[in-house]
Write a protein that binds this ligand. Sequence first.
Ligand code: GAR
Length: 190
Amino acid sequence: MKRLAIFASGAGSNAKRLIDYFSGNQTISVALLISNRKEAGALEIARKAGITAINFSKEEFYNSSTVIEKLTSEKIDFIVLAGFLIKVPDNILKAYENKIINIHPALLPDFGGKGMYGLNVHKAVIESGKKESGITIHLVNEHYDEGRILFQAKCSVLENDTPEKLAARVQELEHQHFPEVVEHFISEKL
Ligand code: GAR
């Protein structure tokens, strides 16, 4: 059994999709959800599904070994970032090299980097005049949004799009593809 930890900062719709998808799976289980925001909807979603869900402070993430100790004691094999909006600390990156997967709500390498999350991304895409956006699922390294791309899917940017409308179209793609791409990546390592 491969054990996943989900890291999430927000509402948790992708966390929910992952939890539902892997529930009852014979080889992959979501064992832990970690957040950097105690108000994150993702914490509640995980708790309702019976998954250990913990909020850690910035201090604990960056200036202590509390988080990595938890990942080790829970025997976590892979980490999935599902709307995790702070940088993964170096000690975790090192311990989980090529084992951290992120989803980004645009077609990298465009519209990535620091500050590019949530509606900021969709605003930038609309302002650029691009006719297509989409999702990128990629491995995480020490540079924001620059790790190896595992999967991309595209959608149109429409004439009268608002960041909110585009976000909804992109989220549909996320929910449709993220769990399967995670499963496929992990299955290749079994
Ligand atoms: C998702 O759209 C994800 O792609 C994005 O945050 C959202 C979280 O939504 N991540 C980033 O912008 C990372 N740079 P959710 O909490 O409903 O899953």
